[in-house]
Design a protein around this ligand. Sequence first.
Ligand code: ZN
Length: 83
Amino acid sequence: MPSTNEQCPVTNEPAQQAPSSAGDFAEFTCPTCGRFRVARSAIQQLSEMPEELSIDALAKAKKRAEIDGDEVPVIRSFDLVLS
Ligand SMILES: [Zn+2]
């Protein structure tokens, strides 16, 4: 199975999407953002947001992963809500 070439939904750069992405999340590896997951329900909205807001959402997910001790940050729909 070739790994698909996808766009990073945060920075819109070419990024790798893990072919094994399954379930409710898609996993991306981006040269700028690193490795992260996005809830499927949030991908489209994330990719349509202005980049600075997407980066902010990723930053929230990274901070939460740090606190929770998760290996991979997960961007969820509620991270896209402006605070
Ligand atoms: Zn990116």
